[in-house]
Design a protein around this ligand. Structure first.
Ligand code: BES
Ligand code: MN
Ligand code: ZN
Length: 465
């Protein structure tokens, strides 16, 4: 049947090509998915193809699907890389946000990967790789499910409840700072951003202790996430079109939550501290305003010039708190921070800014391994000068519309002390929309992508001693 469908050009193996053959004897179905030209084949192609197969089977009464591993092994994609790509594609491609729908079409519930004779001798190590990859992919859809929640449901207190549930499930230490605690600590940034909303802000801290490596205490990696549960812009209000996308402005915090989940399940070596800066940015009589001067946890004063540049204001406290409380070996913040990031790098790629070359290289390596693309951008004294304030220490917006991703980075850098630090601006890749959706790989779906979970978990798994 295969030979005939090939000869009759029923199936040509092109990318995104999907053909179903029916076995005459019993009606069993064989799904053919195109992988494109051999010379361009990669793990990313396999990841997409596996997702295309699973997506294509939704609504077709196909609860179980088997993947033949050998047909995904070619070129630089060995059995383990192919296996991981199939696991990613099957789990991520099968995800849809349907908890608010009365009806939905059932999809694939179970995928089996058949190793084939050549890979069978490596069965044990392949099974370990599969367990790890499945955990990461499942943490990714777990994160999508939460990042997709609407802003009338996922306000800061609800995210705190979710974090507490995760802590109970996995035995993590979870601390939630409410508005009274934040005031006592001097976290004026988070309080200012949240001041216009009837949902009070929360700073949520999760600690996974770390398995360690050999002698000595484990290294500490602090992950700080922007958790704006809705960003209207505040008094500097955004225009109406697409404002609803700003429910995804909590994606950085959700990526941190999902990464902590994966890190704890996989028992990574470093200690991981996740810090979620959660508030809702709304205009009201109690909102913070352009012109306000705000004292942050670190003691530095922010001059607020635009209440829509709120992410950096909220993160200032999380970064300062991470630095002072945990003396982390590395600090990585994740944030849907600037529209400039989307303009510069598009919908698929995150922006990376770092003050430390080895840390940046490790993150780029994790990005290459997982297929979550990031690109390093420069941070110079020019950007630092642009965010200097005449009346406070830093200002949250500038008068000229240039290098928004980088002036935002210069602002954040003012709060990281002497730590090795990396910033991931995920404004572009954090979510897909109706207009961008058709260009994105099949392992994405409408809405939140949980961008960052796979790459950060990989970083934590591979992080040096
Ligand atoms: N949450 C937005 C950034 C954003 C834009 C995320 C598009 C995802 C898609 C952020 O809070 C914001 O409003 N940034 C402003 C800053 C400006 C007012 C200095 C921006 O980038 O336009
Ligand atoms: Mn904003
Ligand atoms: Zn925002």
């Amino acid at each position: 049947m295969l030979a005939r469908s090939w000869a009759q050009k029923e199936f040509r193996g092109k990318r995104r090509e999907l053909t179903v053959l029916h076995r005459p004897s019993d009606g069993g179905r064989l799904v053919l998915v195109g992988l494109g030209p051999r010379a361009k084949y990669s793990a990313e192609v396999a990841r997409r193809a596996a997702a295309e197969a699973v997506k294509g089977l939704r609504g077709k009464a196909a609860p179980r699907v088997g993947f033949a591993l050998p047909s995904f092994v070619a070129g630089g994609v060995d059995a383990e890389r192919a296996l991981r790509a199939i696991a990613d594609g099957a789990v991520l491609g099968g995800y849809e946000f349907y908890q608010y729908k009365a009806t939905f079409e059932a999809g694939v519930e179970e995928a089996t990967i058949y190793l084939g004779a050549a890979a069978r001798s490596r069965g044990a190590s392949l099974r370990r790789a599969l367990d790890e990859e499945r955990t990461i992919a499942e943490a990714t859809v777990w994160t999508r499910e939460r990042a997709n929640l609407p802003p009338n449901v996922a306000f800061p207190e609800r995210i705190a409840e979710e974090a507490r549930r995760l802590g109970t499930e996995l035995g993590l230490k979870v601390t939630v700072f409410d508005e009274a605690a934040l005031a006592k600590m001097g976290c004026g940034g988070i309080l200012a951003v949240g001041s216009g909303s009837s949902h009070p802000p929360r700073m949520i801290v999760l600690e996974y202790a770390g398995r360690g490596r050999g002698r000595g205490p484990p290294r500490t990696v602090a992950l700080v996430g922007k958790g704006i549960t809705f960003d209207s812009g505040g008094i500097s209000i955004k225009p109406a079109p697409q404002m609803s996308h700003m429910k995804f402005d909590k994606s950085g915090a959700m990526a941190v939550l999902g990464t902590v989940r994966a890190a704890a399940l996989l028992k990574v070596a470093p200690r991981v501290v996740g810090i979620l800066c959660c508030c809702e940015n709304l205009p009201s009589g109690s909102s913070y305003r352009p012109g306000d001067l705000v004292r942050t946890f670190s003691g530095k004063i922010i001059e607020v010039l635009n209440t829509d540049a709120e992410g950096r204001v909220a993160l200032s406290d999380g970064l300062g708190y991470a630095d002072a409380t945990y003396q982390p070996d590395a600090v990585i913040d994740v944030a849907t921070l600037t529209g400039g990031e989307v303009v510069a790098l598009g919908d698929d790629t995150g922006g990376l800014v770092s003050n430390d070359d080895p840390l940046a290289r490790a993150l780029l390596a994790a990005s290459a391994a997982t297929g979550e693309p990031i690109w390093r951008m420069p941070l110079t004294d020019y950007h630092r000068e642009l965010v200097r304030s005449e009346v406070g220490d830093v200002r949250n917006s500038i008068e000229i519309p240039t290098a928004a991703m980088l002036t935002a980075s210069a602002f954040l850098e003012a709060f990281v002390g002497d730590r090795r630090w990396a910033h991931l601006d995920i404004a572009g890749p954090a979510y897909t929309t109706l207009s961008t959706r058709k260009y994105q790989p099949a392992y994405q779906n409408w809405g939140a992508t949980a961008f960052g979970v796979r790459l950060l978990t990989r970083y934590l798994l591979d992080a040096g001693p």
